[in-house]
Unconditional design. Structure first.
Length: 378
């Protein structure tokens, strides 16, 4: 009896008890990609009883189902907002669901108002305070968000998540010392959360403390050795310290743990370039561009690798793409000018050198001005 791969589980080979007179022409054992699971998006309807008896509470709960399950948010939000406004429920959870729904669609003022109403009904809820602070921060109300998080830590001083969120708020507000103190507080309460140690390392890097950052990353990896972000960050730190073999090992771990992820691939390729391993850098650089086509620095890096190999049309293509994504890149204008000049298109090269000479990078602008002088152009 013939064997074939199961249509719903391509990793499994099974014996087919149906012996066909004319076997299919295709290779029945060929590996194929499993179909992604189909996720229902649309109106949530009652199973039983259907339809629901007409009642205000049924209308409210049906509206909550549209938004809370995430299947019918855009259509369900106006209905939920209307029912909440009409019925004015005394349970804070209805307002919390409404706030989360507004937050998902980017209507932050409406989300803030809903969370504030929920807190009027449940003023000691730390989770609601965190949600409100997140909305306020996203809406640019950082000082108010800090007040809310301070209120939350007063209510629950042993809650590590609140201390962590408070620390990250300080970090994004440009207060790295305060951020480090709060994140360390969160880690002291619960050292089992690797994200906190990784975030502390990022804060310490910004503060100019690479050795302390590396120690924090090692703590994160002891807690979770499968944290691809921590491996990538460790690689970046080690690369900057000149510890190339160790850095490349960490980048390879990050890429294996999260294959096809553009930022990790770019960091890996950049480290290889800095180590003068240009041929090895080509593959991860190309993979980074494929995985994340809108990452300007990956296109610039790949353009440099092509230029080094004298593959000038490919280099020019990558530099042009860099400028599409980042039109004010002084360096990309200068490098594209160099490639065009090497191809014999001096007039187009001069155009890009002029743009580079007016750019914000003083060193590159000077090089561009010198290139214009060499061809007698201004």
């Amino acid at each position: 009896m013939p064997k074939r791969r199961a249509e719903d589980t391509p990793g499994m080979v099974m014996t087919d008890h149906l012996i066909q007179r004319r076997p299919p022409a295709r290779n029945l054992l060929a590996v194929f990609r499993e179909r992604p699971p189909e996720e229902y998006r649309g109106e949530v309807v009652p199973y039983y009883p259907s339809p629901l008896p007409p009642a205000p509470s049924n209308a409210l709960y049906l509206a909550v189902a549209q938004v809370g399950l995430g299947n019918n948010v855009e259509a369900g939000l106006p209905v939920l907002a209307r029912e909440v406004a009409l019925q004015k429920p005394s349970d804070a959870e209805f307002y919390a669901v409404l706030g989360e729904g507004w937050q998902k669609v980017g209507k932050l003022p409406e989300a803030v108002a809903a969370y504030e109403q929920a807190l009027r009904l449940r003023p000691a809820s730390v989770s609601l305070l965190r949600s409100l602070a997140e909305c306020l921060s996203a809406d640019g109300q950082v000082a108010h968000a800090a007040e809310i998080l301070n209120r939350a830590v007063q209510i629950a001083p042993a809650d590590p998540v609140t201390w962590y969120r408070y620390g990250m708020l300080d970090f994004h507000a440009g207060r790295p010392a305060d951020a480090a103190a709060k994140i360390r507080k969160a880690i002291a309460i619960d050292p089992s959360l690797p994200e906190q140690s990784r975030s502390l390392a990022e804060v310490l890097i910004r503060s100019g403390q690479p050795d302390s950052a590396l120690a924090s990353i090692r703590d994160a990896l002891r807690t979770d050795p499968y944290d691809d972000g921590a491996w990538d960050l460790s690689g970046r730190l080690l690369s900057e310290k000149g510890e190339v073999p160790e850095a490349l090992y960490d980048f390879e771990k990050a890429v294996r743990l999260r294959s096809g992820y553009g930022p990790h691939l770019y960091d890996f390729a950049l480290a290889l370039v800095r180590a003068d391993r240009f041929d090895q850098a080509q593959q991860p650089a190309e993979a980074a561009v494929q995985a994340d086509p809108n990452r300007a620095e990956a296109h610039e890096l790949l353009g440099g690798l092509f230029a080094r190999k004298r593959q000038l049309p490919e280099a020019a293509r990558e530099y042009r793409r860099t400028l599409e994504l980042r039109p004010d890149s002084t360096r990309a204008h200068f490098l594209l000018g160099n490639v065009l000049a090497a191809q014999g298109d001096v007039s187009s090269a001069a155009e890009h050198w002029r743009a580079a000479a007016k750019g914000g990078d003083a060193a590159v602008a000077q090089q561009a001005a010198q290139a214009l002088q060499r061809i007698g152009a201004r």
